[in-house]
Design a protein around this ligand. Structure first.
Ligand SMILES: C[S@@+](CC[C@H](N)C(=O)[O-])C[C@H]1O[C@@H](n2cnc3c(N)ncnc32)[C@H](O)[C@@H]1O
Length: 453
């Protein structure tokens, strides 16, 4: 490292020894950065390469337990990780696949940039992490995602050439996370780096198969190790002449890739970018964007089915009594739950699918219980009954802790909001508003799973 960075080594070391920046990415699906700045409870400094990204400058602030966090107005994310969605640059209506998605920092950013349109498949191999991923997608109001819990090879077999843009945010030795995650430094070894590189190459091989001709593949890591970065990409390019690195227009704070660090001479490796902790906020990342040759679009039917049978009657009764604007097409009923999906079931049936789409709620006995995911993606004007709380009202904390709070009686389901942003569903009872929702998480904040604070 000393030899590679030369005179930049001392500032690099200094940046790595400082407490990590707390990055806050405004969820543009719910609020614009300008609007958020007018009410931000924390002092913020912009992240130079991400218009919706900021650094919280008060070290005593605890943005992970603020009601705005619970309302999904932002996601706590390392500033270097915020570059992924900008580099992959997904468009509304495209099909996008994120191979290594949990806890969901980059997926939720992709969803916001797609304006909740198109198709976003978020895959996570570890079941427990897939659950955290789904909770984060719910909180941020993502409605265009399928959450899948599969090995990359299974996705490659089923979805050959299907996606416009694919992200591989690979499991890595996490050198950029030293000082943030204890395990990263504890588990590091040269053998671990070599093992990571082998696993990354295998994931990249599978991911490449799912990219359509003319489509884009973004490879990312949060480590500095060249074997896991330029080394993996060099090997991939030798085996895949159909892929070519895209020349990025990097921010002045970004460095290029360094082929010479792995004894390679392919000048195209310089088109990759490296983010260093001493050149800008965040702990460092490596990105390489690869375009597949060709340009044919695959045939991708949309699912527009309507809900069959028993689920429909209960769901329709619920929407008549509760919603002004209700999801009506692309509905499916599975294991007692109602989802809205845009992807036809024959494309994903047989895979381990954690969520086939936007979870709207579930049938419990003779009632339909709406989900937190539904609440979090609505606006107060979408429902017949909304109960607005101001951010400093103690009832906000009480509601989030699951306590019954004062409110109207006899109106059925009520959308409780902090200002105009939903926090969840409540049932109006004689004693007040009682929080209920299918799939509600435990009442606590800061569950991004990234930089919890
Ligand atoms: C760097 S993290 C992803 C972070 C995520 N993209 C975000 O922005 O929040 C890498 C993920 O890859 C998953 N993973 C581990 N081994 C894997 C494998 N063999 N294939 C696919 N994913 C794997 C891990 O469980 C982890 O969630």
């Amino acid at each position: 490292m000393t030899a590679w960075l030369g005179p930049e080594f001392p500032p690099f070391l200094e940046a790595m020894s400082a407490p990590p920046d707390v990055g806050l990415r405004v969820n543009t699906q719910k609020i614009s950065p300008e609007n958020f700045l007018t009410r931000s409870p924390f002092p913020l400094r912009p992240v130079p390469w991400c218009p919706e990204g900021f650094v919280v400058t008060d070290p005593t602030a605890r943005p992970g337990i603020h009601p705005y966090h619970e309302a999904g107005l932002y996601y706590l994310q390392d500033p270097a990780a915020m570059a992924a969605a900008l580099l992959l640059d997904p468009r509304p209506e495209e099909w996008v696949l994120d191979f290594c998605a949990a806890p969901g920092g980059k997926t939720t950013h992709l969803a916001a940039r797609m304006g909740n349109r198109g198709v976003l498949v978020a895959n996570e191999i570890h079941p427990r992490r897939a659950r955290v991923l789904a909770e984060n997608l719910d909180r941020l109001g993502v409605t265009n995602a399928l959450v899948v819990n599969e090995a990359p090879g299974r996705l490659a077999e089923r979805w050959e050439g299907l996606f416009d843009r694919v992200l591989v945010d690979a499991p890595c030795s996490g050198e950029g996370m030293f000082g943030r995650e204890e395990a990263a430094a504890r588990d590091w070894s040269e053998e671990a780096v070599r093992g990571c590189a082998r696993r990354q190459s295998a994931i990249l091989e599978d991911a490449a198969r799912t990219v359509r001709p003319g489509g884009l593949l973004l490879y990312a890591t949060c480590t500095f190790a060249p074997e896991e970065n330029e080394g993996v990409i060099a090997r991939f390019l030798k085996a895949h002449p159909e892929f070519d690195p895209v020349e990025l227009a990097p921010h002045p704070a970004f460095d290029s890739g360094h082929p010479e660090w792995v004894g390679e001479t392919d000048p195209r490796l310089r088109r990759a970018v490296r983010l260093w902790p001493h050149r800008g906020p965040g702990r460092g990342h490596f990105y390489a964007l690869l375009r597949r040759a060709g340009g044919e679009h695959p045939r991708r039917p949309r699912y527009t089915g309507r809900l069959p049978g028993r689920g429909r009657a209960l769901y329709e009764a619920f929407i008549r009594q509760t919603l002004r604007n209700a999801p009506e097409t692309g509905l499916i009923f599975r294991d007692g739950r109602v989802y809205q999906t845009v992807v036809p079931p024959d494309l994903w049936e047989g895979l381990r699918v954690f969520r086939p789409g936007w979870l709207l709620g579930q049938v419990e006995g003779t009632a339909f219980v709406p989900s937190r995911a539904l609440a979090m993606a609505l606006r107060p004007e979408d429902v017949l009954w909304a109960h607005r709380l101001e951010v400093d009202d103690p009832a906000v904390g009480a509601f989030l802790r699951g306590e019954t709070i004062p409110g109207p009686d006899g109106v059925g389901w009520v959308l409780v909001t902090v200002e105009e942003f939903p926090l969840g569903w409540a049932r109006a009872t004689r004693r007040g508003l009682r929080r209920v929702a299918a799939g509600a998480p435990r009442p606590e904040g800061g569950r991004d799973g990234s930089n919890k604070r």
